[in-house]
Ligand binder design. Structure first.
Ligand code: FES
Length: 231
């Protein structure tokens, strides 16, 4: 399990929202009634983290609390609970390695060992600031285990060799494609799908055949009033 420790506040730089971040926070805030604007705290933290280079410093946490008129402790509680919020500086490419049972049974231990050898100890940023890695709990892509989230994207069905190539590509400034790293269509069985293989399911023809919803009210007769709905 990942540890959740605040970075030494003595090294934190002042933080204030850019106008672009402020605009996005305001968008989230408008989704909720005025007296419930605290509901925007998770997207606000996420945006603050993005602006702050991938992690939340104490000034950034306070800026979110001040922006939404919340007690600091309420914002700290949320930021320390969810592992999607990083409380220490991370690398330009931050790897979240899933270590929960399905990924563990499919090779996550080897991926963690490789990260340790290639990047360094869990939770530390590699020399040059390019990479960091942590272990996290299930990220919800178990069907394509083992998997790693790198920044905003999932990389799935990974072997050590595939991970090594990914790291080399990122280090070289390339942008490897997210998704599965074996021959399969999204989460279908390896090789080819074995069910729902009728191509007409995907060409839109079935949707065109559906002209009315079975329990929808009948259309009004031409020129007359709409039929009364049955109790
Ligand atoms: S166990 Fe790894 S994604 Fe669910």
């Amino acid at each position: 399990m990942s540890h959740r420790r605040f970075h030494d506040p003595e090294h934190h730089k002042p933080f204030s929202f850019t106008s672009a971040t402020e605009e996005q926070i305001a968008w989230w805030e408008r989704k909720y009634p005025t007296e419930r604007k605290w509901s925007a705290v998770i997207p606000a933290l996420w945006l603050a983290q993005k602006q702050n280079g991938g992690w939340l410093s104490e000034p950034a946490l306070r800026a979110v609390a001040d922006r939404l008129v919340m007690n600091y402790i309420r914002v700290y509680e949320i930021a320390t609970f969810y592992t999607m919020f990083n409380l220490e500086p991370v690398g330009k490419y931050h790897l979240q390695v899933c270590g929960t049972t399905p990924c563990m049974l499919r090779g996550a231990e080897k991926l963690k060992d490789f990260c340790e050898r290639k990047i360094g100890p869990k939770g530390h940023v590699s020399g040059g600031g390019t990479f960091s890695w942590v272990e996290v709990e299930c990220l919800g892509a178990c069907v394509n285990a083992p998997m790693i989230q790198i920044n905003d994207y999932f990389y799935e069905d990974l072997s050590v060799e595939a991970l090594e190539q990914l790291i080399e590509d990122f280090a070289a400034g390339k942008e490897p494609k997210p998704g599965t790293y074996v021959k399969r269509q999204t989460s279908a069985p390896e090789g080819r799908p074995t069910s729902l293989t009728d191509e007409s399911l995907y060409d839109g023809s079935k949707a065109q055949a559906l002209t009315s919803i079975p329990n929808a009210p009948k259309p009004a007769p031409e020129g007359g009033p709409a039929p009364a709905a049955k109790a």
